[in-house]
Design a protein around this ligand. Structure first.
Ligand code: AMP
Ligand code: TRP
Length: 328
């Protein structure tokens, strides 16, 4: 069975973008692949997080993984800090990464271009830790949203460099970006990614949003003045995004949805999108409330950590030996 690995960084509440671009796919893959998913809590603190809020977001993220249908019998689910090898290999990877490579990372460049100040060293070296997250488990595939592809490519470069410098150690991981839903856009500004960082804004649907609130956000989503239901991402990005959301959640082709709504008003289409989204939210939330009020989470995470540690320990021991860090 081929192995697949991915992580989510829950610095805020999980969004519909996370679900469509990442989580939902993990659930679909768990029967076909050996699935390893983790909560990237070290990645969360590259900027300050309020501790009680962080704790809540981590717990919610695990509950939501399970509520969305990840099955701990099939998938290994764990918390990054429960497996110390991540931080250790992260440091070794940082020693193998050139400053030029980190300077080229789009996420970092964007922050600099936006004039963000007080960027931490952790934020800068975060792709090295992400490379370690991946390489510890030698996965065949890494399913990610569009924005993370560059980090997986750096991971491949580092794996290649390590293998050349020492000897064949790491497998080349392939990034896997879904065709539909890799980049869900904000509902009130379809030029921006739907993101948990714009908390409270009308453009982002959270998985724990009350369905009424979610419906309101969809009904007031920004569209255009063209007035025709068709697929024109360039000139009608808001409409395109709504159709993409509905398509991803209903497993229908975007063209098929367009055909159904041809000649109708945007209001009708929005109502359909809202129905699809709300049905999915209700399904996820009813499971979530069951899980969050039980002791399932602690057990799942404890079991997951043991399974993950076993794999990570082996890889890191091999790496330390090859690098010359061990005296035996
Ligand atoms: P993040 O929330 O940035 O930690 O992302 C977790 C996962 O969800 C990554 O694989 C992202 O690429 C994916 N993701 C986040 N936001 C979106 C979005 N708006 N559309 C599609 N995928 C997303
Ligand atoms: N950087 C990813 C994000 O922001 C989260 C992440 C951390 C990850 N380590 C990973 C994803 C390893 C895939 C594989 O979304």
């Amino acid at each position: 069975m081929k192995r697949m690995l991915s992580g989510i960084k829950p610095t805020g509440q999980l969004t519909l973008g996370n679900y469509i671009g990442a989580l939902r796919n993990f659930v679909n893959y768990q029967d076909e692949y050996e699935m390893i998913v983790f909560i990237a809590n070290l990645h969360c603190i590259t900027n300050y997080q309020d501790p009680p809020a962080l704790r809540k977001n981590l717990k919610d993220a695990i509950a939501l993984y399970l509520a969305c249908g990840l099955d701990p019998e099939k998938a290994t689910i764990f918390l990054q800090t429960d497996v110390h090898e991540h931080a250790e290999l992260g440091y070794i990877m940082a020693c193998m990464t050139y400053l030029g490579e980190l300077n080229r990372m789009t996420q970092f460049k964007d922050k600099v271009a936006k004039g963000e100040t007080n960027l931490s060293a952790g934020m800068y070296t975060y792709p090295c830790l992400m490379a370690a997250d991946i390489l510890l488990y030698n996965p065949d595939y890494v399913p990610v949203g569009d924005d993370q592809k560059q980090h997986v490519e750096l991971t491949r470069d580092l794996a290649h460099r390590f293998n050349n410098l020492y000897s064949e150690t790491f497998k080349m991981p392939e990034p896997l970006v879904a065709k539909v839903g890799a980049r869900i856009m904000s509902l009130d500004d379809p030029s921006k990614k739907m993101s948990k960082s714009d908390r409270g804004d009308k453009g982002c649907i959270y998985l724990l949003d009350d369905p009424k609130t979610a419906r309101k956000k969809i009904m007031s989503a920004v569209t255009d003045s063209v007035g025709i239901i068709q697929l024109d991402q360039k000139n009608q990005p808001g409409l395109y995004n709504l159709i993409e959301i509905a398509s991803a959640l209903s497993n229908r082709d975007m063209e098929d949805i367009v055909k159904e709504f041809k000649g109708k008003g945007y209001g009708e289409l929005k109502k359909y999108v809202a129905d699809v989204v709300c049905a999915e939210l209700e399904r996820i939330q009813s499971r979530y409330y069951e899980i969050i009020n039980s002791d399932t989470i602690e057990k799942v995470i404890a079991d997951g950590a043991i399974k993950a540690q076993r794999i990570a320990y082996k890889t890191l021991s091999k790496v330390k030996r090859k690098v010359g860090l061990e005296i035996r």
